[in-house]
Design a protein around this ligand. Sequence first.
Ligand SMILES: Cc1ncc(COP(=O)(O)O)c(C=O)c1O
Length: 389
Amino acid sequence: MKNSDRMNIRLFKPSLGQEELEAIRDAFERSWVGLGPKVAEFEEEWTRFTGSRIAVGVNSATAALHLALASFRFPEGKKVLVPSLTFSATASAAMYNRLIPVFVDSDPVTLGIDFEDAERKYDSDCVAIVPVHYAGHPVEMERLVEWSAARRLKVVEDCAHTVGGMYRGKMLGRWGDIGCFSFEEKKLMTTGDGGMMVTDDPDLFRDVKAMRWVGIDKDNWRTAERYTASDKDAMHWYYELNVLGYKYNMNDLAASIGLVQLKKLPAFNRRRSEIIRLYLDGIAGLKGIDPLLPFEPEKYPYQMFGIRTDRRNELIIRLKSLGIATGCHYTPLSMQPLFRKYSTGCPYIESEHNRFITLPLHADLADSEVEFIIDALRKFSRNENETDR
Ligand SMILES: Cc1ncc(COP(=O)(O)O)c(C=O)c1O
């Protein structure tokens, strides 16, 4: 095989540059790298960006989902409806709160939560639902919110795959009671690891800041400013513990990166959309290869792109031989040993996920790399047709 026959194309890749380095340098120079003023600034920017009343920065979307469900104080043993086709965190968040995940099958077209299956699985012990905008494709939120309200279910949106996606004029993450975002390195924007939770209901977030900061009801960077103040207060160091907290805070290094990434997000999302358009045009009509979703890249930002094919493993190995990284998102959680005991069956996705291949998508992907991947898919599709004959 000639060198030109092979590339080295990553599946996901963060897009980081000089501006992020400068922002970290500033944090070093201030010598404040833990929970500090940059986290507060990033939270402020996030409320402006999403239009939410409150945003709280945490160290992952996993932490955000945990605290989001915790903030409702549901009695132990109640049930939370979650899609089977998602990352572990969506269901683990229920278990961290001693709640039971109820796995719901996927809509065959959008791969979002299947409403009929949700209806079948719903019972009076259900207290919440966590829709996932899979790959960034929006769940029909107007329908989900109405359906949930009729059953008094709280709605926590898992927005790990979308940042800035507008659905029917409202940003994803603002449709439910709480929205949770991820800034993990594979996501639409990154802080290394990080997450943000948003709500319009201050009561719901009454204890969330203490819960993300080991239970302490004060920001120590604010109190630190008072340690050497010329006042007559000898108790500046005092804090109270009223709630069980976790070490889930975002730190100033992450927030400094996040503030820069948020500015770059529109350009990242535009580039991702261009790449998906190239993919869609390039694979249109290929026999045996279908887009994973009804992608609408001019309308929504996507974190993942993928296809469906009956010859998944063969194609993965072919792409691998060309230096093209692939993945499969996800093995449905209802099939995972950890969660199997909660499963009451998600027959569609438990079979259909065997046809999924995730293809490279990130803002730094070059047109030539996308063309190389499309070319490989075309050749594979042609071979398939030859084998058919
Ligand atoms: C759908 C979904 N939810 C939650 C998470 C958890 O995000 P984080 O890595 O920020 O904890 C992920 C991460 O990949 C995800 O894909």
